[in-house]
Design a binder for this molecule. Structure first.
Ligand code: SF4
Length: 640
């Protein structure tokens, strides 16, 4: 019998965990599956499509929860720290996923697995321990009710091993807050889509991993040479130096400069008090030191310290999204409360973007007199009231009083309260929009509207028209599109840009590496991936093949959403952003020309302009005939 050589880069096994029966089983990773979907997002998307049928209750036992690493996770690629968690989202009811860095993903590979697929629902709280290839479910009764840091500490203590890596939920996930996160390595958040609530619904408190297995490298003789070259490129990039100084916190200043810093629930893209909450202010007064995730040369993570007062803490520092969500978005210029609010959200396991955005929705409704003290139980929701923001974070995590309504997310909260508060919800497909005011950067508006998991700045992350667009970068899109594509206020050619970036992001998230340094800015690009994949995995895929894999994953995610009823009408933005000109700042007078950009985007994608449905020939070209057939079986006839 001829045995197929094991692929390099992969641990080689899926771990299936049935929470209902409290059983684990391993399944070898199929070579064809690996080459078709790569890993990470690709694995998660395919498993989700196959295992979660339409109309499945996201908080029911039929939903699945998938942790997936990629073939580069845990290798020497300069930032090989990432993993993806996928599930049908309880916030949006459609495709859901979240990503995180840290050390947990690499450790899962060292423990012998590429993916974990959780099914069913346990009768009692459990946690999963994976110890060098052996998986077992253990009683989590004593962990239930504890925050994420306590949970991690308690598990390490119970196994007398401080080097265990833990991914877990806090009280928000237990209480099924619809935007609950999963936190690993104390403060790395897989935050979006409410995947923490899916873990809570399955009564899975944590996944702890440790291992000492090797990740096989297909061509060790050439591997170090290729990797050394990648490290050199990364270290030579000017962005590497600035990232280690500020992480993403100095985006506050950069966003303010172009009118893209959302303030007062996205009424405006500038915030008069931005200096008080800036990256510079954090660096000058609170920064302890930067920190790196596994194999990272850029070190955007950091620790901060607030010495005294009600917001005293020492721990993970916010990045830009938390600064804007809990700061300018809520009209809040109290930096210590933002740092503490971010920390608190990590302890409870909350997505700070949805938390801050939902609170800012309530603040605007309060100002308009549509929400009153009668609704809030006496809590004052005036803009910038940082004490109320902190109080609400506690109440959301525990689903107490008004916090129980906010825990549903701004879309459902507005539906419940009514009275015209619906028009202040800043969402797409029921997920709150991140800290990117799209009237100041049209590509971000389109990307937010088309992202598969609902409002999402990371699915495409088209920032090149913001950070600068030189000749070399133009090659990615074709020189003929310059200079319009590099003009952030010009809607022209943004469909091309978003499509290209979505495909590339899908590849990056599937390989298990960080977007900093690949996408933002493109220090490492397709040619580097081709070279590294060949020496790591042992298969030569061309740039065109990687591009096709990215496109396949995006279309698969669209297929999932189409099966749930998503069409062009849902690729939308709030009226405020498409019809009301930005009232002030450098982007004053701008709106998002979404329809025009959507037409161009659908054209590029091979999707029907009128409906946003993928054409049969598009799915056929991407080897997704089974998806086309499945949609047909569901009564959805795709255009030719
Ligand atoms: S750049 Fe930041 S998020 Fe990316 S791997 Fe490094 S520390 Fe982690």
């Amino acid at each position: 019998m001829v045995r197929k050589a094991r692929l390099g880069g992969y641990a080689g096994q899926h771990l299936y965990v049935d929470m209902t029966k409290e059983q684990c089983k391993t399944v070898p990773i199929d070579r064809k599956f690996a080459v078709t979907y790569l890993g990470g997002q690709g694995f998660s998307s395919r498993i989700l499509y196959d295992e979660v049928g339409p109309q499945t209750d996201p908080l029911g036992p039929e939903n699945v929860l998938i942790w997936a690493t990629g073939p580069f996770t845990g290798t020497l690629w300069p930032q090989a720290s990432r993993y993806v968690v996928g599930a049908k989202s309880p916030l949006t009811g459609i495709f859901g996923e979240a990503h995180a860095a840290g050390h947990w993903g690499p450790e899962l590979k060292f423990a012998g697995f590429d993916t974990i697929i959780i099914t069913g629902r346990a009768k009692r709280p459990l946690y999963l321990l994976i110890d060098n290839g052996i998986a077992q479910l253990l009683d989590a009764k004593d962990l239930w009710g504890h925050n994420t840091n306590e949970t991690e500490e308690m598990i390490k203590e119970a196994h007398n091993d401080p080097s265990l890596r833990v991914s877990c939920i806090g009280q928000a996930g237990e209480n099924l807050v619809r935007f609950a996160a999963i936190i690993n390595d104390y403060d790395r958040a897989a935050a979006r889509s409410g995947i923490g609530a899916v873990a809570g619904s399955k009564r899975l408190k944590a996944v702890a991993v440790r291992g000492s297995k090797d990740i096989p490298i297909a061509k060790p003789d050439r591997y170090l040479e290729v990797i050394e070259e990648l490290h050199k490129k990364m270290l030579d990039s000017p962005f590497t130096t600035s990232r280690a100084q500020y992480g993403t916190t100095n985006l506050v200043e950069l966003m303010q400069e172009i009118g893209r810093l959302p303030s007062y629930n996205m009424r405006s893209g500038v915030f008069a008090e931005y200096k008080k909450i800036s990256g510079e202010a954090i660096k000058d007064h609170y920064l302890v030191k930067p920190r790196a995730d596994y194999a990272c040369l850029q070190r955007c993570g950091r620790y901060t310290l607030v010495r005294t007062g009600p917001y005293a803490y020492c721990g993970g520092s916010p990045e830009y999204e938390s600064q804007s969500a809990l700061g300018s978005r809520c009209g809040n210029d109290n930096l210590e409360s933002i740092l503490y609010g971010h920390h608190l959200s990590n302890l409870y396991g909350l997505d700070t973007i949805s938390t801050g955005s939902t609170i800012s929705w309530a603040m605007e409704a309060w100002e308009e007199g549509l929400i009153t003290a009668k609704d809030t139980g006496g809590i004052d929701l005036e803009w910038g009231n940082h004490e109320s923001i902190i109080k609400l974070i506690h109440m959301i995590a525990h689903r107490e009083g008004f916090g129980d309504i906010l825990a549903e997310g701004s879309y459902r909260a507005a539906k419940r309260i009514g009275r015209g508060t619906e028009k202040f919800v800043m969402h797409c497909k029921k997920q709150e929009i991140a800290g990117q005011e799209p009237r100041a950067q049209k590509s971000m508006g389109l990307a937010t509207a088309t992202a598969a998991r609902g409002a999402d700045h990371l699915y495409a992350f088209p920032v090149l028209d913001e950070v600068g667009f030189d000749e070399e970068i133009g090659i990615r899109y074709g020189q003929e599109y310059l200079p319009e594509i590099g003009d952030r206020l010009n809607p022209k050619f943004k469909g091309i840009m978003v499509k290209e970036n979505e495909d590339f992001c899908a590849v990056v998230e599937s390989l298990g590496v960080c977007k900093y340094g690949t996408l933002i800015p493109p220090v490492l690009f397709y040619e580097d991936i081709v070279a590294a994949f060949e020496v790591t995995v042992g298969i030569h895929l061309t740039e065109a093949q990687f591009r096709q894999i990215g496109e396949r994953i995006v279309n698969l995610n669209r297929g999932f959403n189409v099966r749930e009823g998503i069409r062009r009408k849902d690729d939308s933005l709030p009226r405020r952003l498409t019809h009301i000109p930005a009232p002030e700042g450098p982007s004053k007078g701008q709106v998002v020309e979404l329809d025009q950009m959507l037409d161009e985007y659908y054209e590029q994608r091979g999707w029907q302009l009128k409906t946003g449905l993928p054409k049969t020939q598009t799915l056929h070209r991407l080897d997704l005939d089974d998806v086309a057939n499945d949609l047909l079986k569901q009564g959805i006839k795709l255009p030719q």
